[in-house]
Write a protein that binds this ligand. Sequence first.
Ligand SMILES: O=C(CO)[C@H](O)[C@H](O)COP(=O)(O)O
Ligand SMILES: [Fe+2]
Length: 232
Amino acid sequence: MPMLTRPLIAPSILSADFARMGEEVIAATEAGADWLHLDVMDGHFVPNMTFGPGMVAAIRKHTAIPLDVHLMIDPTDPFIEAFAKAGADHIHVHVEGNPHVHRSLQTIRALGKKAGIAICPATPTDMLQYVMDLVDIILVMTVNPGFGGQKFLESQVPKIRMLREMADMTGRDIRIGVDGGIDAHTAPVAMAAGADMLVAGTAVYGQKDYAAAIAGLRHAPGSESQPASPAS
Ligand SMILES: O=C(CO)[C@H](O)[C@H](O)COP(=O)(O)O
Ligand SMILES: [Fe+2]
């Protein structure tokens, strides 16, 4: 059974009030968010659209916590530098539909950012096998990407476990994040399988009290006896 560590919490602004984004960013920061998760969607890789580097730069001015940018766009590579310059600290690229994901990860690292790789529910873990040396964070999609407020896919729990094993075998400190349908019930399930970073849109921005929501996720059963994870 993997060790349960206190997870990092990354509220996803996908569920925030876009018309009050500055206030929403400050509110999550003051409520104790470890990272802020920014979902970039292009209406092509996923059937929804959100925002580009301009929004990331605007958000950067309102918080000092790491900006965790999840790129759901195709192509990816022409835009990596723009997101890095906009103030992203972590940049996640999807393993699907990108034949040169190895190069994408190299590019992110060369820009001095943490390299994340996101994996959709139908994609096997083998796809990550030959890029593990370039990965700082693995983002396991526990819903099909594109929308907030979807139900956590239990079918992804063995995948979280397998990726935790693959990550541990590298001997490097690779964080395993889960993204989609995370709440106080599913967070402990994901953590028991090896997740140590929880993205939560609805479970934070859909609640009245952001601080209570973040604390409720962070202190999911089993986490209290373990030391807190470092913030980045
Ligand atoms: O990447 C995403 C969707 O593609 C979002 O980060 C995710 O869905 C968060 O929303 P929720 O916590 O409401 O499921
Ligand atoms: Fe996301």
